[in-house]
Design a protein around this ligand. Structure first.
Ligand code: UT7
Length: 339
């Protein structure tokens, strides 16, 4: 369930990149679509605007994922031909099959290499970067392109009935390129704590069938294939598990909270993040909140923060960063890295 790691090889994060849809959906726009207000949204969530993919213009999970991975490869100064695995964290693939990773591998000319998607909802990137690191640390793979990509807005009802989810979610993709470090085995993931509890599956889901819905009798066909969220239930779960899993990863690594330089957190709600920041007495510079500009971008949210900090030069070699997320499933986890 949780573990510290033998590390025959180190892992470096060589590059990162982001791809965002063009269209901005502001709180003022939402005011024209449903009964809500900018004040309510900012106060309850911290969100001011989010991006929405335009599928008609071919903006979708795979095209954003491709853009993000290309940007990360460019940042790393690497060619796609150097990748030996492409891993995409997503719960919103373009279609059930083929996987987003296979689609983008073909676009990059990477035929023949391993490519697969991993679905752990909003925790997808944390689960994936832990998986990718373990695969490199064990010697299975040398160079992995890892993308967090989601377009959840296609499952949102933009009306007063769906307003508690409509205000929250945005679309995005962000990627990192990981490579085996033969010289310094201390680099890479130093502890992880990944968890799930399917008993909580009914508080956040996208029902495919009436029987999936927590209340099948009342379920209307228009609710199928749309996000169902018990907002308060998710909020309570997150406020409890978020600090718990941070503490667990710190304990496994034998570190204090102030010995981690950056907490790269899933951006679900600014209030949840502020609570964690206060709980651990962290300076604002250690826990970036960018939800105001992008909303909750599901699997893209952690790498989006990471890329932003990296481009600003705030992330430096030798630092420690912890990736933390929670989401549907229920799932929650942390992955602590030595850069
Ligand atoms: O990655 C994980 C994804 N999900 C989350 O992290 C969600 C966590 N939960 C939350 O962030 C919050 O629960 C929400 C922001 C979704 C909702 O905030 P809340 O303070 O829990 O509101 P609530 O659901 O208890 O609703 C309070 C009131 C209700 O009206 P009544 O019944 O008191 O008259 C809602 O109908 O606010 C109403 N409401 C809204 N009003 C204006 C719900 N959504 C909206 C809205 N604008 N968008």
């Amino acid at each position: 369930m949780t573990a510290q790691h033998p590390r025959p090889y180190g892992v470096e994060i060589l590059g990162s990149g982001t791809a965002l849809p063009e269209r901005r959906l502001t709180n003022a726009d939402l005011e024209t679509m449903m009964e809500t207000s900018d004040e309510w949204i900012v106060q309850r969530t911290g969100i001011r605007e989010r991006r929405v993919a335009d599928w008609a213009s071919n903006e979708k999970t795979s095209t954003l994922a491709l853009g993000a991975l290309q940007a990360a490869l460019k940042d790393a100064g690497m060619d796609a031909s150097e990748l030996d695995l492409i891993l995409v964290a997503t719960m919103t693939p373009d279609m059930p099959t083929p996987s987003v990773s296979c689609i983008i591998a073909a676009e990059l000319g990477c035929t023949g290499i391993a490519a697969f998607d991993l679905n752990a909802a909003c925790s997808g990137f944390v689960f994936s970067i832990s998986t990718a690191s373990a695969m490199i640390q064990s010697g299975m793979y040398r160079t992995i392109g890892l993308v967090g990509a989601d377009c959840l807005t296609k499952h949102i009802e933009y009306s007063t009935a769906g307003r508690s989810s409509a205000i929250l979610f945005g679309d995005a993709a962000a990627a990192v390129v990981l490579r085996r470090n033969d010289n310094d085995t201390s680099t890479g993931m130093i502890a992880h704590a990944l968890h799930s509890d399917g008993n909580g599956s009914k508080i956040l889901l996208i029902p495919a069938d009436r029987n999936d819905h927590p209340d099948p009798e009342s379920c209307d066909d228009r609710e199928l294939n749309r996000v169902y969220m018990n907002g308060q239930g998710v909020f309570k779960f997150a406020v409890k598990k978020f600090p718990e899993v941070i503490e667990e990863a710190l304990e496994l690594a034998g570190l204090h909270a102030d010995e981690v330089d950056h907490y790269i957190c899933h951006q679900a709600n600014a209030r949840i993040l502020e609570a964690a920041r206060k709980r651990f007495g962290l300076d604002e510079s250690k826990l970036r909140i960018n939800i105001d500009r992008f909303g909750n971008t599901v699997g893209a949210s952690c790498p989006l923060v990471f890329d932003e900090l990296r481009k600003e030069g705030a992330i430096k070699p030798g630092q420690r960063v912890m990736f933390i997320a929670f989401g549907a499933g229920l799932t929650w986890g942390a992955s602590l890295w030595q850069l």
